[in-house]
Design a protein around this ligand. Structure first.
Ligand SMILES: C[S@@+](CC[C@H](N)C(=O)[O-])C[C@H]1O[C@@H](n2cnc3c(N)ncnc32)[C@H](O)[C@@H]1O
Length: 213
């Protein structure tokens, strides 16, 4: 097996292992990507103590531990393994629902103060992202916020970051303009921030905050 085939095989098996909740979270923490979520939320979203948070694509649910005590939380994810893990470990801190977030769920859980998509837009096609942004607009109360965090391609990027992004499990890593185009039609006020220093592993993050008027 040549070096590129070996690297490809290692990458494939890492992707398989990441489907396991504890291994996924261990990888996120070791690389500093979980810390990056906390830094981005603190910098651009800051949560107040009593807000109602909806987390679409919540994964194994570790983020619920980082929210202010008084926040209520509901997470949705289509992975049975992630949702089982979240319910077993964090079911006392929030509600974890198996499945895709749809219009019925938007009407059931409205109104919320914050919708989070942590590391999720880059798993979505343009059409899926457009639909989730439409649903976020339905479920948010006036003045509510949509927060997103993803990896992002930029010019002159660190080669390690570029390589990681090119091999991500999510097949739709975009440039800033591509991410913004997903949300602009749904939010009259949209902020976007690029950060290169949120993790110790070289990586480029884009955080976006859409404000519902
Ligand atoms: C990179 S993980 C992020 C998990 C978690 N939000 C975090 O911060 O660790 C991406 C998550 O999005 C979920 N996902 C993928 N496609 C999705 C979709 N179309 N709708 C909702 N969630 C999706 C996956 O099951 C996975 O848990």
């Amino acid at each position: 097996m040549g070096i590129y085939q070996a690297a490809g095989a290692a990458n494939l098996s890492l992707k398989n292992y990441l489907a396991h909740p504890r291994i996924y979270q261990g990888f996120q923490e070791a690389a500093g990507f979980f810390g990056a979520r906390i830094k981005a939320i603190d910098a651009y979203l800051p949560l107040k103590g009593n807000e109602k948070v909806l987390d679409i694509g919540c994964g194994p649910g570790f983020i619920v531990q980082e929210l202010p005590e008084g926040c209520s939380y509901v997470g949705f994810d289509p992975s049975p393994d992630y949702i089982r893990y979240a319910n077993e470990h964090f079911g006392n801190r929030g509600e974890f629902v198996l499945g895709f977030f749809d219009e019925k769920a938007a009407n059931t859980y409205a109104p919320v103060d914050v919708v989070m998509l942590n590391g999720v837009l880059h798993h979505m096609t343009d059409a899926e992202a457009d639909e989730v942004a439409r649903l976020a607009d339905i479920v948010l109360r006036p003045g509510g916020r949509l927060f997103t965090l993803d990896g992002c391609f930029v010019d002159g990027q660190n080669p390690v970051a570029k390589r990681l992004l090119s091999n991500d499990r999510g097949k739709f890593v975009r440039r800033q303009v591509g991410y913004e185009a997903l949300l602009k039609p749904h939010f009259s006020k949209l902020e976007a921030y690029i950060d290169h220093r949120f993790s110790w592993v070289p990586y480029t993050f884009i955080s976006m905050v859409g404000h519902k008027r």
